[in-house]
Design a protein around this ligand. Structure first.
Ligand code: AP5
Length: 213
């Protein structure tokens, strides 16, 4: 099963992807997580990636496509995968289709999470993440038990550099212009299922599971 989770920033892609990956035993491949990890390394590439992310701009297609192709060639992705945050442009979607077709594969389903802009701003401005293990918290809906300390590993919990009002606005605009056309691209292949992402996490998860099954 080769799946894509599509949706604007803050739609709940990462939250749902973690749960889907466990339930359906699929590797969760998040380009955002991969880029943040590289950025943390402090390498030259990491500094460039951080520059794009902090500004709410997309990382150039050639860089993203090379990273994803390499990740998809890993053994654990041979039986299927769940992509979160990729593809984000038409060029990325076409490159993915081409790479999969070369292996006799295709995208089986695209789960499109919908949320309105006010909810995106509310969720992202209150999101906090652990720098050590990546666990995600929310000051409103899911706070860490002890302020700024990760429940899971004791690491420091911070606000992502791109979760400020100005950058959130840019990210929403980039999504509208460059990523939302992918819904039509995949609709023409008949694989898109839209899910209302405004519901509580468990409700959204139930609906996604029903669609996948
Ligand atoms: P990425 O990390 O992919 O960011 P994003 O798409 O903007 O998505 P987010 O991680 O912000 O949100 P999410 O939908 O995962 O929501 P979450 O579950 O965390 O990308 C970051 C950057 O990397 C990009 O801007 C770009 O620069 C670069 N990049 C990455 N991929 C790229 C690509 N393919 N091409 C080019 N550049 C790329 O939830 C958000 C908050 O809401 C959390 O606090 C959560 O607890 C809460 N929440 C979740 N669900 C619910 C719910 N149902 N009800 C209430 N609260 C909820």
């Amino acid at each position: 099963m080769n799946l894509i989770l599509l949706g604007p920033p803050g739609a709940g892609k990462g939250t749902q992807a973690k749960k889907i990956a466990v339930k359906f035993d699929l590797p969760h491949i998040s380009t955002g997580d991969m880029f943040r990890e590289t950025a943390q390394s402090g390498s030259e590439l990491g500094k460039q990636l951080q520059g794009y992310m902090s500004a709410g701009k997309l990382v150039p297609d050639d860089v993203v496509i090379a990273v994803v192709r390499q990740r998809l060639s890993s053994d654990d992705a041979k039986k299927g995968f769940l992509l979160d945050g990729f593809p984000r442009t038409l060029a990325q979607a076409q490159a993915l289709d081409k790479a999969l077709a070369g292996d006799g594969k295709k995208i089986d389903g695209v789960i499109s999470l919908t949320v309105d802009a006010d909810e995106v701003v509310r969720r992202l401005s209150s999101r906090r993440v652990c720098v050590a293990c990546g666990a995600s918290y929310n000051l409103i809906s899911n706070p860490a038990k002890k302020e700024d300390v990760c429940d899971a590993c004791g690491g420091k919990v911070i606000q992502r550099a791109d979760d400020n009002a100005a950058t959130i606005r840019n990210r929403l605009e980039v999504y509208r212009e460059q990523t939302s056309p992918l819904i039509e691209y995949y609709s023409s292949a008949g694989v898109v299922r839209e899910i209302d992402g405004m519901q509580p996490v468990e409700e959204v998860f139930k609906k996604i599971c029903a669609v996948i099954k």
